[in-house]
Design a protein around this ligand. Structure first.
Ligand code: FAD
Length: 470
């Protein structure tokens, strides 16, 4: 059967049955078309706002399949989407009418506890990696929601609870295997193809398909000190100003994030609080318990919190603690700014907008960056935001398509209202598709990234990403 597939210039090419049959026979994985078993699973992403139908899906079973799929796409000039775990808010992991290279079945994790290294396939989730590395009491910095994919997270930078101590995910990347646009496989590391290694550490999926990541590991847990302090919203201004003071002087191991939202029906919160606005301080300390208790003592003593549930937790438990609030299949629209400081004006604006959240699930969080992240020079990797002390993510989140317009409008208004306090840079992994000037994501590293794009992907085969157009 012939299949019509969209090409890179927007036209549609008819691929005849013979080359399709040859590709299908070559792949160890599956070649899917609409209606094939598994097709809908392959095209469904975390963000329910994205509903696209690729004409053709290669469900890769290994690196050899990725090479076959990339060569096929290049030969026929097909519009290509590359899918890791399918978590990115922009939805570039799937394309309408094009060719989807689906890596989500490749989830192997291989730990070398002696050398404290882990090798991971590109469909693995954060949970896959934490689960295996914690067998040996080891971990590398990842994000805060365990269903997120390692591939997209790493290629954009990657930060989470361990980052103030051990840096971004990319700061712990030792090497990666990359299938470039001509179907060649290259190892990228400080020793081999160092320019490519620089580019994939923050340059997203612009340069090729990564089939394997190798990370350094650190001793973490298995128990760490973590938990939440929940304050009433009536105290928000004072709490956020106190948080600013406290967070300014954190030792690098300690991390505290601030979240503003309506209280979910958590068992440790009184029923009367459920559905009302609250300020949540989420704390994490991976060192010795007693030291962590002492460091957090002033924060826990401050004000009159509604709840304080800080205590020892398994590291893997804390890494999944926010999953129930970030389940797949809900409609999402996100905006993000980086900040050097939390100014009074910013705090007032946040409070104002939290009073009129557009849905029960919408939240604004301030993640504390800095520490080891900012010990790295802005031009040492493609990720340039080494001056950011805070990242703010505005998660507008709702169930019903009828609420799209008010929820999106609220997020955009809030984003614009807080822009005067921001650095102007934005984390590439938090950008809704096409909504940030590409220079904001790549900053002063843009020109070097452009030269690299021209070298490794001159025809822009890998264009469905925060694209560096050659
Ligand atoms: C609920 C939630 C929580 C999050 N929390 C954090 C957090 O704490 N910290 C953080 O840093 N980020 C966080 N993120 C952002 C996250 O890092 C990105 O969404 C990331 O892109 C997800 O990776 P993925 O592989 O699942 O994405 P996918 O959607 O599968 O892929 C995203 C893009 O990456 C590229 N890509 C994917 N795999 C490959 C590959 N193997 N080779 C080449 N290119 C590839 C493609 O361009 C693709 O469009 C969060 C996102 C969500 C939705």
């Amino acid at each position: 059967m012939d299949v019509n597939v969209r090409t890179t210039n927007g036209s549609v090419a008819t691929i005849s049955a013979d080359p399709l049959a040859a590709l299908g026979a070559d792949l160890r994985g599956d070649l899917l078309v609409p209606g094939s078993p598994g097709y809908d699973t392959a095209r469904t992403l975390w963000n329910a706002m994205i509903d696209r139908h690729p004409a053709l899906v290669a469900r890769c079973a290994g690196t050899a399949d990725v090479i076959r799929a990339v060569r096929f796409a290049a030969e026929h000039d097909l519009l290509v989407a590359v899918r890791g775990a399918g978590h990115n808010i922009a939805g570039n992991a799937v394309c309408e009418g094009g060719f989807l290279i689906d890596l989500s079945g490749l989830r192997a994790v291989q730990v070398d506890p002696r050398d404290q290294i882990v090798r991971v396939q590109p469909g693995a989730t954060l949970h896959d990696l934490d689960d295996e590395t914690q067998v040996y009491g080891l971990a590398t910095p990842l994000g805060i929601n365990s269903t997120t994919g390692i591939a997209g997270l790493t290629l954009g930078g990657g930060f989470g609870w361990l980052s103030r101590k051990h840096g971004l995910t990319i700061d712990n990347l030792r090497s990666a295997d990359v299938v470039t646009a001509n179907g060649e496989i290259l190892t990228a590391s400080e020793e081999q193809n160092a320019d490519l290694f620089w580019g994939i550490r923050g340059g997203g999926g612009n340069f090729g398909v990564v089939t394997s990541f190798e990370f350094d590991l650190h001793e973490v847990g298995p128990e760490i000190l973590s938990g939440l302090i929940v304050h009433p919203f009536s105290a928000a201004k004072d709490v956020l100003r106190y948080y600013r003071e406290f967070a300014a002087n954190l030792p690098d191991g300690l991390n505290v994030w601030a979240v503003l939202r309506k209280a979910p029906p958590l068992p440790f919160l009184p029923e009367a609080v459920h559905g009302t606005e609250v300020v949540i301080l989420a704390a994490f300390y991976p060192g010795e318990m007693g030291a962590g208790e002492r460091l957090l003592e002033p924060l826990r003593r401050y004000g009159k919190p509604i709840a304080d549930v800080i205590g020892p937790n398994p590291y893997t438990g804390w890494q999944t603690a926010f999953d129930p609030l970030l389940t797949p299949g809900t409609r999402n629209y996100w905006k993000s700014h980086n900040f050097v400081e939390l100014s009074d004006g910013l705090i007032d604006t946040v409070i104002d907008y939290t009073h009129r959240l557009p849905s029960d699930q919408t939240e604004i969080f301030f993640g504390r960056l800095g520490g080891a992240i900012n010990d790295v020079a802005p031009d040492a990797t493609a990720y340039p935001h080494r001056n950011a002390e805070y990242v703010m993510n505005v998660h507008a989140r709702w169930e019903d398509a009828a609420d799209d317009a008010p929820c999106i409008a609220w997020a955009r208004d809030y984003f614009n209202a807080t822009a005067p306090y921001a650095t102007g840079g934005v984390y590439v992994n938090f950008v809704p598709d096409g909504e940030a000037p590409i220079e904001a994501a790549y900053g002063p590293n843009y020109d070097r990234l452009l030269a690299l794009k021209r070298k490794y992907d001159p025809n822009n085969l890998f264009r469905l990403n925060q694209n560096i157009a050659p």
